[in-house]
Ligand binder design. Sequence first.
Ligand code: ADP
Ligand code: MG
Length: 357
Amino acid sequence: MDGNLDRDVVSPLPEVDETDIEASLRPKHLSEFVGQPKVREQLQVVLESALRRNRPPDHVLLSGPPGLGKTSLAMIIAAELGAPFRLTSGPAIERAGDLAALLTSLTEGEVLFIDEIHRIARPAEELLYMAMEDFRVDIIVGKGPGATAIPLELAPFTLVGATTRAGLLTGPLRDRFGFTAHMDFYDTDELEHVLTRSAQLLGVSVTGDGAAEIASRSRGTPRIANRLLRRVRDFAEVRADGVVTSQVAHDALAVYDVDELGLDRLDKAVLDALVRRFGGGPVGVSTLAVAVGEEIETVEEVAEPFLVRAGLLARTPRGRVATPAAWHHLGLTPPSSPSAGPGSGTGGFAGPTLFDS
Ligand SMILES: Nc1ncnc2c1ncn2[C@@H]1O[C@H](COP(=O)(O)OP(=O)(O)O)[C@@H](O)[C@H]1O
Ligand SMILES: [Mg+2]
């Protein structure tokens, strides 16, 4: 990940020094988790039935863009089950042996959270198949023709995987999750709710309008909402009487250069390249990524989901296309015969986009 995105106030990725504060604002129980009503309800049923049967629930896959609450939800699953929680990530598991050691150390009912599970090394992933299905691993001892596989029983556990790219998961891995939840961007009301809750925890006074102003510029993302709240609080303490009103929020966000849609630097760079350098598209995602100096993965996972959701960018079979709303957002006039396909021209939070792949 490019380091220059770290200090961007509206980046959906966590800042380096943000972990403690994030931990303190994390909802601890399902009832405190704001929004995602469908995911919450389905998960509640899964967890409750597991508790009744006194068995670990099915493995859970959480997918969605960064900052929407995947890690929080994984921790909540353990808390609701009263089970211990273990955290690791796909990139941290380089060899099958690392994973085998981890799996054999799990206690009964433990929740193992593997973040960025799509980046797990292939041999480790293959080991995971049997572990998930039969709670068993084969430990290979020795090398060459003399090598033997020693089967080891595992304590029944629940795997919670998180991914920003469900599409990159292999079929066999995806199939082994009994429950898949897709997390979507939050609407303004939900973000207001997140902000009110966080303000209470942080001891910040915020008016309803103040929360609404921050919510509308939070890019549909609770992590960003919480970060903007802290910046606005600082501003309120220094430049006003400490109360976050809509005026204070408005002035503070102007100082921090937060766009009225909450677009971050990468979002803006992508839109800018798309419109100014490629005439609005269609252009392939790899070309677009080169133009903004980012990896294709970052453009696809971090920037595009929100741009699509906000009705600014369309993914078409011929490539990425800027909608008229994107041109307007940059203060430009779209060409008279827009190259954008159907679904374009819908500013704000549009409904499902036809070409969202
Ligand atoms: N539904 C939610 N309700 C309240 N706060 C949330 C919610 N989702 C996320 N947050 C906040 O946003 C921050 C980032 O969430 P996190 O679970 O780390 O996201 P992800 O793992 O998807 O990147 C958390 O610290 C938490 O305070
Ligand atoms: Mg996370």
